[in-house]
Ligand binder design. Structure first.
Ligand SMILES: Nc1ncnc2c1ncn2[C@@H]1O[C@H](COP(=O)(O)OP(=O)(O)OP(=O)(O)O)[C@@H](O)[C@H]1O
Length: 399
C-alpha cells in the first residue's frame, strides 16, 4: 500500500496564477482522502500533479516513499477516473478495459483478459463485456471506466468528480460501490468532489482547500465538529452554519455576546475568549443546533419567520433577526429591470432545523434557542476558531 506525501508543494500557472501554495499533507497507504473546496481552489491541479499530468512548480510529491516530481505518468503506478469516462466508442467494453494494459505492459493477452473478467465481476458488469459504450447507461459507463482503472491494479486511484454525471440515486449507490472496491483492493485513493455529502460519507479524511491553501484536514467528524476556521465551518455542513457578528463584553458573572444577537455566556467561556484576546467575533451556529423555545428567556433570541419548509422528519425554518441581522439587501436593483444586473452582494439566509409543526401556521415571530455548547466562535479578523486558539496557547512555551 503506497503512501502519498506532499511537502511544500506549489503550482504557478503562466508565471503568475498561483493555484496551489505551500501544500503539506501525508496520505497513508490504503487511505481514502477526499479533497474539497470551492471552484478554482486547486483540487484538480493537485490531483493532476500527483498523476504527473501537470508539472510541479515547487516542493516534492512522493508516492510510496519515492520522489516522483520528474517521473512520467506511466511510471507512477496510478490510475485516474474522470468525470467524463472517455471510453473508445468503436471498442467493446472488454477491449476498452484491456486497452491500457495492452499498450503499457508486456503481459500476455490471456492474463490481461483474466484481469478484465475479474474487474468486471468486481464492478458487477460481466454481462456487458461484449457491448459497445453507446449501448450503456451513464451508470454502466461509469462502472466500465472504474473497471478499466482497476484492471491496471494501481497502487493509487485518483478520482476527479467521477460521479457528477450520474443522477442522485445512482450517485449514492456508486458511492458505496467505489468505497467497497477501494477497501477490497486496499488501494490508496484521492477523491475530488464538489459534493460534500459524498465527501462526508466516503472518506477516511477530508482535506479542505481554499485559494490553493490547505485549511484543515481531518476525519469527517472532526472537520464538522471542530472546524479550524470560519471558512471550514461554513464550507462543511449543509445547509451551512448561521453566522452572527458579535462582540464580547465582560460582565460581573461572565460575559455577553452582543451585536446581531445579545446573549449571556458563562464565566468559563468568557475566560477562554479573554485569554484568546478575541473581541470582534463571528458566532457560528449550525441549523441543527437551533430549536424553537416556548417562552422568551435571557438565553433566547427573537426571530421573524420567513418560510417553514416541511422535510418529513423535520422542518426547515428560514428566519431573520430584524434590523441588525447583517442581511445586506438595501438598494438591490430589480434583476428583471433591463440593463440592471444585481450587484454582488451576499444575502444571508438564516436557517434552523426544527421539530415538525413546532410553529403554528401564520406565526410571524418565534423565540429561538441557540445551543451555545455546539456553537463555534471565530476571530473576526483571522477567522481562527476559539477551540484552536486555546490549543495554540497550550502548546506555546510559557513566558
Ligand atoms: N491550465 C491552466 N492554466 C492556467 N491557469 C489554470 C490552469 N488550470 C487551472 N488554472 C487556475 O488554477 C486555479 C486552480 O484551478 P483548479 O482547476 O485546480 O481548481 P479546482 O478546485 O479543481 O476547481 P473546479 O472545482 O472548478 O474544478 C484556478 O485559478 C484556475 O483558473
Amino acid at each position: 500500500m503506497s503512501s502519498i506525501e506532499f511537502e511544500g508543494v506549489r503550482k504557478v500557472y503562466d508565471g503568475d496564477v498561483v493555484a496551489v501554495e505551500d501544500f503539506d499533507l501525508e496520505i497513508e497507504g490504503g487511505e481514502f482522502l477526499t479533497l474539497v473546496g470551492p471552484s478554482g481552489s486547486g483540487k484538480s491541479t493537485l490531483l493532476r500533479m500527483v498523476a504527473g499530468l501537470e508539472e510541479i512548480t515547487g516542493g516534492t510529491i512522493s508516492i510510496g516513499g519515492e520522489r516522483v516530481n520528474k517521473l512520467p505518468p506511466r511510471h507512477r503506478d496510478i490510475a485516474m477516473v474522470f468525470q467524463s469516462y472517455a471510453l473508445y466508442p468503436h471498442l467493446s467494453v472488454r477491449e476498452n478495459m484491456a486497452f491500457g494494459l495492452k499498450r503499457s505492459t508486456d503481459l500476455p493477452d490471456d492474463e490481461i483478459y483474466d484481469r478484465v473478467e475479474e474487474a468486471a465481476e468486481l464492478m458487477g458488469i460481466p454481462e456487458l463485456l461484449d457491448d459497445r459504450p453507446k449501448q450503456l447507461s451513464g451508470g454502466q459507463q461509469q462502472r466500465v471506466a472504474t473497471g478499466r482503472a482497476i484492471v491496471r491494479q494501481p497502487a493509487v486511484f485518483l478520482f476527479d468528480e467521477p460521479l457528477s454525471n450520474l443522477d442522485a440515486k445512482l450517485r449514492k449507490h456508486m458511492r458505496t460501490e467505489l468505497q467497497r472496491i477501494q477497501q477490497e483492493l486496499e488501494t490508496t485513493a484521492i477523491y475530488v468532489t464538489h459534493d460534500q455529502e459524498e465527501a462526508m460519507t466516503m472518506s477516511d479524511r477530508i482535506a479542505i482547500l481554499n485559494h490553493g491553501e490547505l485549511q484543515q484536514v481531518g476525519t469527517p467528524r472532526e472537520v464538522y465538529n471542530r472546524p479550524r476556521n470560519l471558512f471550514v465551518g461554513q464550507f462543511i455542513g449543509s445547509p451551512s452554519m448561521n453566522v452572527f457578528d458579535i462582540e464580547y463584553e465582560p460582565t460581573d458573572d461572565g460575559g455577553r455576546l452582543v451585536g446581531d444577537i445579545d446573549l449571556p455566556i458563562d464565566s468559563e467561556r468568557a475566560e477562554r475568549i479573554e485569554a484568546a484576546g478575541f473581541n470582534r467575533m463571528k458566532l457560528g451556529v449550525r441549523p441543527e443546533d437551533i430549536s424553537v423555545s416556548e417562552t422568551r428567556t435571557e438565553g433566547t433570541i427573537s426571530a421573524g419567520v420567513d418560510i417553514v419548509e416541511p422535510l418529513g422528519a423535520r422542518d426547515l425554518l428560514y428566519f431573520d433577526i430584524g434590523e441588525d441581522d447583517g442581511i445586506v439587501n438595501e438598494g438591490i436593483p430589480d434583476p428583471d429591470e433591463e440593463g440592471e444586473a444585481a450587484p454582488d452582494v451576499e444575502v444571508e439566509e438564516r436557517k434552523a432545523f426544527i421539530e415538525p409543526e413546532a410553529i403554528p401556521q401564520d406565526t410571524a415571530e418565534v423565540f429561538l434557542d441557540l445551543n451555545l455548547d455546539q456553537a463555534h466562535l471565530f476571530d473576526a479578523d483571522s477567522g481562527l476558531s476559539l477551540a484552536y486558539a486555546d490549543e495554540r496557547r497550550e502548546v506555546a512555551p510559557s513566558a
